[in-house]
Design a protein around this ligand. Structure first.
Ligand code: IVH
Length: 673
């Protein structure tokens, strides 16, 4: 051990203590949880390696916050412990093996119980003669704070329990549902009040108020998961039986707790719940795995801080801190100028992220992120990465605000922001970025499917002036292409054949390929089946477009305007004279996979807007009502889902599925499990 390591251990202890005070005592964390986890992990490892560094006052030896001076102290009759963490799957197996070594040779650990690790605030609720007499926070694990007055306002927690043992201490997690959290912050925003960072802090902040009227308005919730002191209770043999017992007393026990046979079972559970993480109305940040047998639990005992018989597997971080290197603007196929963050690459949500969209000018202003900032990057589930905001405490002095560039980074044209719109646009139809974007879009598999016309060739052809719009694809001068580096006889033939072959794609593919603003694949098919040919689409009136079921007013107008534009007509002329198919389907009948099915969509999907999702369902014979009922077959959950819908689906047992599963459902008619 060197003085360096001694110094680092002290530094880590101090840092963690400060962060603990901010998190537990002030409900206002300074750093994201992942950073705290990393500091703690580093300290644990140092102490493991050099036990001399393990001081009694180390945060690794103590639980949570310090008892406050505002509330009366409550000494826990049974200490409220913390949990050891596992950050990797392998650590679970190691944990189990360590337990087996501790037990007498040949003793099996047996069943395990998997539970969600709720992200709230642990409390202990004491009932005497069936009456709630005291509720306390965890505090430092030995002494907590008396929050009875606030806990009495929580509707989930019974005030009287018929048939309870004379002394019954129930432990569990007070939390705030996401839907309630959103409501709370919306109110705070309206009244210029303090917004909470996350539901956990909001729950903690609500519970640690002197005035119980505040907690009463917050609609806090509770999950019971453990017993504390019990006198004359039933003779329970397993943790799972304890959960059933708690539930039989009318206490809210989360129904996702599951009994599994071994660590493989626990792994399946982890995989399953990782997927639904964002669709539940309450937050959890890990999975707790507990030895089921209470006898074995007693035998295994505790370390200073945590029981040996349980471990918390932390889900991979969905938030990380990294440096925002720069903000750049990308120009889309339809000219929209979208700012995005160039990030110091960071591993988050299971992938390495080096760019993230910043949507538009207003979002950047609201978040006030500046190049050079340390920013929190979030990637949850399969959602695209986003920049949550800057870590202000780490902002270098006098870092200038970012201003939206005045000119298109590609062609130099002035960027405009039409009034009432959030996006800037480059209005130069010949802007090379736009041309490239349109050609790429046109050539992609779900549009005209032109193999061999990849990004690199497109770049080259656009920069050499061979292609100025998608119509030019069909008159590429192959004699010239042959002279380009990297284009041999074979690649030229392949490209020519692929372009030739694309002429017979369906009308739906072609319409989609035109990059009409707001028109996705499904609406392109809808237009093709409704109007039957490109010629009739060119002549269709605004009214006719508006009366197409499933086509929203914004899309109808966009389509109408697109076909009024002289540039569109020039392109269509080129396509038509090249012999590209303009005739519509023989009314494509989509397979009627969803007859009699009712599917509700909530939140933003990536590949369908709201109308397209509804049309995709209806075109296959299904219904897509706006609200959930017992008859709903599935709830498709996108980004930022409506929490009430998700909650209701859960209550009614309606399966919730993500976008990928939705697509499977569209094609098979079966709700994926
Ligand atoms: S059992 C003796 N089960 O995690 C340990 N804890 O890091 C008893 N938590 O203080 C804890 N969900 O606030 C247990 N299903 C669950 C939990 C859970 C969340 C929290 C609890 C505890 C902390 C430990």
């Amino acid at each position: 051990m060197t003085t360096e390591q001694e110094k680092r251990a002290k530094e880590l202890r101090d840092l963690i203590k400060n962060h603990n005070a901010a998190y537990y005592d002030e409900d206002s964390p300074i750093i994201p949880d992942v950073e705290w986890d990393m500091l703690m992990k580093e300290l644990l490892e140092l102490e493991e390696q050099y036990p001399n560094l393990r001081k009694d006052d180390s945060p690794t030896q103590n639980v949570g916050g310090s008892p406050s001076k505002i509330f009366s102290p409550v000494t826990h009759r049974v200490p409220m412990m913390s949990l050891d963490n596992a950050f990797e799957i392998e650590a679970l197996q190691q944990w189990k093996e360590k337990l087996e070594r501790k037990l007498e040779e040949g003793t099996e650990i047996g069943n395990l119980v998997c539970e969600l690790k709720f992200d709230g605030l642990a409390i202990s609720v004491r009932y005497e003669q069936g009456r709630l007499v005291q509720a306390a926070t965890r505090g430092d694990g030995l002494v907590g704070e008396d929050v009875t007055h606030n806990v009495l306002t929580i509707a989930d927690i019974p005030k009287v329990i018929q048939g309870a043992p004379p002394v019954l201490e129930v432990r569990g997690e007070v939390h705030l549902r996401r839907s309630e959290f959103r409501k709370l912050n919306e109110e705070a925003k309206k009244n210029d009040g303090k917004e909470y960072v996350n539901p956990r802090n909001a729950a903690a902040g609500s519970l640690r108020q002197k005035d119980s009227n505040i907690a009463a308005t917050r609609n806090l919730s509770f999950w019971a998961y453990q017993l504390g002191e019990v006198a004359e209770g039933p003779n329970l043999l397993s943790h799972y039986a304890t959960l059933k017992f708690l539930s039989s007393l009318g206490l809210p026990v989360n129904k996702n707790a599951k009994l599994v046979r071994n660590t493989e079972g626990a792994l399946d559970y982890i995989k399953e719940f990782q997927k639904v993480k964002d669709s539940l109305d309450y937050e959890f940040d890990g999975i707790v795995i507990k030895v089921d047998s209470l006898e074995l639990q007693r035998e295994l005992g505790n370390t200073a801080k945590a029981p040996r018989w349980a471990i918390a597997y932390k889900l991979p971080p969905e938030e990380q801190v990294t440096t925002l290197l720069d903000i750049e603007v990308s120009i889309g196929a339809a000219g929209s100028a979208t700012p995005f963050a160039r990030l110091d690459p960071v591993f988050v949500g299971g992938v390495t992220v080096s760019t993230a969209t910043l949507h538009n000018e207003d979002q950047i202003k609201e978040k006030d992120v500046r190049p050079g900032d340390k920013v929190i990057v979030r990637r949850a589930g399969e959602v695209i990465p986003e920049v949550v905001g800057p870590v202000l405490s780490e902002r270098p002095k006098s870092l200038p605000k970012w201003e939206f560039p005045q000119n298109c980074p590609s062609c130099g044209a002035k960027l405009e922001r039409p009034s009432g719109e959030a996006r800037h646009r480059c209005n130069n139809y010949s802007c090379p970025r736009q041309v490239r974007g349109r050609v790429e879009h046109f050539a992609q598999r779900t549009a005209m499917d032109i193999e061999h016309l990849g990004e690199q060739s497109i770049d080259l052809f656009v920069s050499k002036g061979l292609i100025q719009d998608i119509g030019d694809i069909y008159s590429i001068d192959f004699e010239l292409v042959r002279t380009f580096e990297g284009f041999g006889e074979l690649s030229v033939t392949n490209l020519r054949d692929a372009i030739e072959g694309s002429k017979s794609r369906s009308l739906g593919n072609l319409i989609f390929g035109l990059s009409i603003p707001h028109v996705g694949r499904t609406n392109a098919d809808l237009l093709a089946t409704t109007f039957g040919s490109m010629q009739s689409l060119e002549q269709v009136s605004h009214d006719e477009l508006q009366s197409v079921e499933g086509l929203g007013p914004v899309i109808a107008t966009s389509v109408y305007e697109f076909f009024r534009s002289p540039t569109t007509l020039v392109v269509l002329e080129k396509l038509q004279s090249a012999g590209v198919n303009f005739q519509g389907p023989e009314k494509i009948e989509l397979p009627q996979t969803l007859i009699g099915k009712s599917i509700v969509v909530t939140g933003t999907l990536e590949r369908y807007n709201r109308d397209e999702a509804a049309a995709a369902i209806k075109n296959r014979g299904g219904k897509s009502p706006g609200s959930i009922s017992k008859k709903t077959d599935a709830l498709v959950v996108g980004n930022n889902p409506g929490a009430s819908k998700v909650g209701k689906a859960e209550d009614l047992g309606v399966p919730t599925i993500n976008e990928n599963a939705f697509e499977k459902l569209l094609s098979t008619g079966v709700v994926p499990q």
